[in-house]
Structure formats: structure tokens, C-alpha cells
Design a protein around this ligand. Sequence first.
Ligand SMILES: [Zn+2]
Ligand SMILES: [Zn+2]
Length: 141
Amino acid sequence: MASPDRISQTLTHHKLRHTPVRRAVLQVLSSSPFALSGHEVEQQISSEVDRITLYRTLKTFEESGLIHRVIDTSDTVRYAACSIECSVQAHFDNHVHFKCTNCQHIYCLNQVAIPAVALPPGFEADTRDYLLAGVCRECKE
Ligand SMILES: [Zn+2]
Ligand SMILES: [Zn+2]
């Protein structure tokens, strides 16, 4: 559970105004142990927030580097909160994602870095996604 202080710090660090919607969205994402789709965020926000505002907030957060997209083999886009100091560039050298085939949750394995990949001459990557699938810790128990 992210503290109100941490929410404020994160918004301030990224030079974003502290609106109730932004606070609520960030609270939901940083309290979740796994990545959430826009729809799931919507369901978890207690106050009435219209969709357009919600999706605009997610976009702003993504562009500012507060959250990152988690790519799945399905077409669903999910988002996960980053650490306070995270930047867009930092995401490129980022962590591995893990999809549980049992509960369907996608986890950010922040402690597991994406291994270096040697590309053939002429290829230059802008983004990279590393997704492992299997059974998560919760489901294993
Ligand atoms: Zn699971
Ligand atoms: Zn992640």
C-alpha cells in the first residue's frame, strides 16, 4: 500500500499537478502487486471518474515515466507503477515481466534485469519487452 506521502513525492518528482484523479490512479497502481489494465484501474477507483480523464491520466503518467506498459501476448495493455525516480529512459534497461498462467496476473520482477541481447548489424532496438510465463508464487503455495 503506497502512503499518501509517497504518492505526493512521486507526482512532485515528475512535476505533475496533484489532482484527485491522479492521486487515485497512482494509489491504485502502486498498491497492486501486479499490472492492471485501464479497465481494472477504473473498477478499483472508488470515486466517480470519467473514462476520458482516466485514460488521459494513464497517458500522462506513461509519458512522464511514472508507470510503464506491460505487454502481453493478448492485446490487453496493462500498466504498472514504477519507483519514484523512474524515467522513460530507465524503462529501456528495465526488468523482466512474468505472466502467471494460473491467475493470469502479470508481475513486474523489478529485481530481475533483462539480459543483454546482441543484435545483428543494422538493427537498433527502441523498446524491449521480456515476458516469461509460468506459475507465480501465490499460485504455487
Ligand atoms: Zn498466479
Ligand atoms: Zn514492469
